[in-house]
Ligand binder design. Structure first.
Ligand SMILES: [Zn+2]
Length: 363
């Protein structure tokens, strides 16, 4: 595809509505990507994800390289065919998961050596191997390999790490080469330090990517701090490329980040909460394990038009969740993802109408 498949259709303040053209179809932005860690969005069939409005899924390189391994996925036709999802798939680089292995990994200029959490076997990841694995998975959007720093971190450590990530970003780009089927996104680091974030964004822009991600956020900092980093970072990225806030977040994080100019999100919250009996509703979240829902004959959210809300009462869902029934996970996940994807749809139409800023303030 052309170098830039991103077009901006509507603007309100810093918020944008756009479309990202990929070899696997169009992603409407601002977009939320349900997380399909091991090649499945837990408790959801791919066709139902499409029905509720998901354009793109995220899968984890780290999990897939360990099990079943990228060679098997490749042999069985690539991730899309393997998991029966026809739309775009973004894979992370594996860096984030590897970094969180703490005592089980060694970082050097070359890359990271780590022990698998599955069987203790030794693996290594570098910019070159990460890109090669993501290519074998046949990912639509490939993430460059970076180091995600913990929070809080000393400035000198954050600087060293950010510079390493930039060198790895350059190597990721070289390794990606010219690839007509996939897009490559770079990842900004620099913890909460304004000057480091600036150097990182400038360095990435020099290398040149199809999209730019804000990494190293949602790692334990406050929402205020995260918004501050977005505020001083966002204008440093090329305007006509998508911006992706990794691993975020709660609905209020998403609304606040779109207000500040972010286009793409992913997060395990709606799916993980769904499996724990936590449901997203207009006022926040409710816990279906709570005894007060036992006799409740209303839908989770009377304004929601999803399969769960159209057919089941809170009383029934509460029963399923308390009995650890698989259907409980399926239905609450269905609703939670519908809630998130409906929110994105609302956000897009409000930006198009020019009423998003008011909406965000009230949210
Ligand atoms: Zn619903």
């Amino acid at each position: 595809m052309s170098q830039n498949g991103f077009s901006i259709k509507h603007i309100e303040g810093k918020s944008r509505v756009g479309t990202l053209k990929t070899s696997r179809g169009i992603i409407n932005t601002p977009a939320f990507m349900p997380v399909g860690t091991a090649g499945t969005v837990k408790a959801m069939l791919p066709e139902n994800l499409r029905t509720i409005g998901a354009d793109v899924l995220l899968c984890n390189t780290y999990h897939l390289m360990l099990r079943p391994g990228e060679e098997i996925v490749n042999k069985l036709g690539g991730l899309n065919k393997f998991m029966n999802w026809k739309g775009p798939i973004l894979t992370d680089s594996g860096g984030f998961q590897v970094m969180s292995l703490a005592n089980l990994r060694t970082i050097s200029e070359e890359g990271v050596i780590f022990k698998s959490h599955v069987d203790g076997k030794k693996f290594s990841l570098s910019p070159e191997t990460s890109i090669s694995i993501q290519k074998k998975l046949q990912s639509t959007i490939i993430m460059s390999f970076d180091e995600c720093t913990p929070y809080p971190i000393d400035k000198s450590e954050a600087e060293k790490s950010m510079k390493l990530s930039l060198r790895w970003g350059k190597r990721s780009k070289n390794s990606f080469g010219r690839n007509s089927d996939s897009l490559l996104f770079g990842i900004q680091q620099g913890s909460m330090f304004k000057d480091l974030r600036k150097s990182s964004a400038i360095g990435l822009t020099d290398i040149g990517f199809d999209g730019y991600a804000l990494g190293g956020l949602a790692v334990g900092e406050t929402q205020e701090k995260m918004f501050e980093v977005i505020d001083f970072s966002i204008d440093l990225f090329p305007y006509n490329r998508p911006r992706y806030l990794m691993g975020v977040g709660k609905p209020s994080d998403i609304v606040g980040a779109v207000l500040r100019g972010v286009d793409m999100f992913d997060c395990v919250i709606p799916t993980r909460s769904g499996r724990n009996g936590q449901a997203f509703v207009e006022e926040g979240t409710i816990n279906l394990k709570n005894a007060k829902y036992k006799n409740d004959d209303l839908a989770l959210d009377p304004t929601c038009n999803c399969y769960c809300c159209n057919n089941y009462s809170k009383g029934y869902l509460s029963h399923l969740v308390r009995s650890n029934e698989i259907l409980g996970s399926i239905l609450v996940t269905w609703h939670n993802l519908s809630f998130y994807l409906n929110l994105m749809k609302d956000i897009r139409s409000k930006i198009a109408e020019g009423t998003f800023t008011d909406f965000a303030k009230k949210f």
